[in-house]
Design a protein around this ligand. Sequence first.
Ligand code: ADP
Ligand code: MG
Length: 697
Amino acid sequence: MNFSTEIMYIPGVGPKRAELLNKELSIYSVEDLLTYFPYRHIDRSRFYTIREINDAMPYIQLRGKIVRKEKIGEGRHQRLVAMFGDGTGFIELVWFKGLRYVEDKYRLNQEYVVFGKPTRFGSKINIVHPEIDLETEGGSKNILGLQALYNTSEKMKSHFLNSAALRKIIYTVISSLTSSLPETLPESIIRQYNFVSRHEAIVNIHFPANVEDLERATQRLKFEELFYIQLNIFYQNRLREQKYKGFVFASIGDKFNGFYKNHLTFALTNAQKRVLREIRSDMATGKQMNRLLQGDVGSGKTIVAFMSMLMAVDNGFQACLMAPTEILANQHFQSVGEMGRSIGLNVKLLTGSTKKKDRELLHEQLEDGQINILIGTHALIEDNVVFKNLGLVVIDEQHRFGVAQRAKLWVKNICPPHVLVMTATPIPRTLAMTVYGDLEVSVIDELPPGRKPIQTYHLFDNKRSALNGFIAKQVAAGHQIYIVYPLIQESENLDLKNLEDGYSLLKETFPLLHISMLHGKMKPADKEEEMRKFVAGETQILVATTVIEVGVNVPNASVMIIESAERFGLSQLHQLRGRVGRGADQSYCILMSSYKISNDTRKRLDVMVDTTDGFEIAEADLKMRGPGDLDGTQQSGLPFDLKIANLSHDGEVLNFARRVANDIITVDSTLDKSENQLLKRQLEHLCKRTINWGVIS
Ligand code: ADP
Ligand code: MG
């Protein structure tokens, strides 16, 4: 048996189980199996007695006998209950699935080792679906000591391919290996950083003899995983730099200077100035810019984008600005359009609702270069939109655009244009370094002066009358209010009902107020009209779904009320809150939730109450939910799964791996030196194995 052997040929697997492993876990080869790492290890080195058990305990191990077995209930609800005793007391073991198998397999009065999590069921404590082994197997490596737990799917479990079964298969493989597993890190790295060999690491991650061995195995495997990701990023970036040269925007010209001197109504913050310098130095040097601009809501990214576009225009190029929604595109068109016209630029808008006739004219003007700046939605990247000389693309609110869409922009000119991606969803550093590894990062970490931090409160639903009082007071003071309902799927009629009920109730409570309503199921023209009324101050309250999440700017709105706040993720809450606090007045964010919320939810809402710092919130989000769930990554499609490293906890390993990878590429950017051949081969191997891997570059 070797690394590439198909799993079907492993004793105890066979075609049926192989198919399950293929389909459920994408495990095809021995290599896949051995690199399917456990998510956790549990200590099976000690036994508990039934007398000491309580339901707060994690997984525990008992030794005793089954004294009685009994099927209870009928049909699908039938369960098997076994009474298990160890001399200090009795506990029930319960199965809801595989009753026949379990009933046949386990005998009365036989010494067993039972392993599972005690849970409370009514007044009793029992163990549901325990693992059971013969006491005589107890001496084998398979059972005692630190035991690995593996994730398996429901489907696998129903075919008895649970964590324990998987562990047995892996044990079979490891004990029948005829040679050491091939090494994947160069000798020099292993020696320099005192890593264990790949062979040792893989054996010990599955079957560690003690905590120290497990720790060393984990360190090596985490390093290796993150190292190759970073190496791939640096390697691909270098290749791209060599292949594509960027347009050179050599001079700062009349438009930029004229705008800066005569039309900029405020002083740029230091952070804005710094970012503009970073952008300028990218675009002036012949490299093709790929930059991520992170800045909290309200930090003033638009002006930076606009002034970057002026650099393009001053050098004879066109620029475009792409937004994720029509509302946002319109808003950008208003503000950027106005600034552009003030210095004699031709700024146009292109969205899905641009009329055919206008569109034709616009296409013409774009192609012969009359248009300097084009603003729009996805419509911008359609194939029939042809620029005369596109030099810079700005994408607002990155997380709504996928990597693939970004790639489409590249063919819009002979040379790929410079790309500036802006996001108000701060991305934790570790994620930025992996998911957006191809982007250089600029950060606006300073708000324009004079902003009062938004005050955030969390109220339970029973404080609704107090809330109504607050609404009345704020409106009387001339402020406007957003009320947002969760409508996670625009098709969920149930949610829509919440919104509509909320709207009717408000109308009843405040008969004299004017209220706008906005949700994704409305016709674009109606949406626009409702939004227009709110922007113009004709309505005092805007009841909406998360369609207003991104970018909308109404400085007079000073209160954001979020209904069923427990149903929103942290970054979404932060985005929503960012809709207020844009004017000079004190702004508020009120999180309404039911009284019955989980501990995690409470923590999430507490974070919102405690801080307005987007980066802190993003880090907290990453810690609480794990990177796979982050809004930002899910929507842009995290293109790979990490097998062992965890971006919320392994920041240090990541930094270290990045440094090592960078050092190697700095010396040998094409990985052609003889000592780097192993790295190159492994990189190619990894890119082939995980199809999407190359996409992260
Ligand atoms: P965001 O980064 O969320 O896109 P915007 O670009 O919409 O933020 O800016 C928010 C508001 O702050 C706008 O009204 C903008 O004109 C204003 N603004 C931007 N920069 C400054 C500054 N340096 N001083 C004062 N106001 C600013
Ligand atoms: Mg913005």
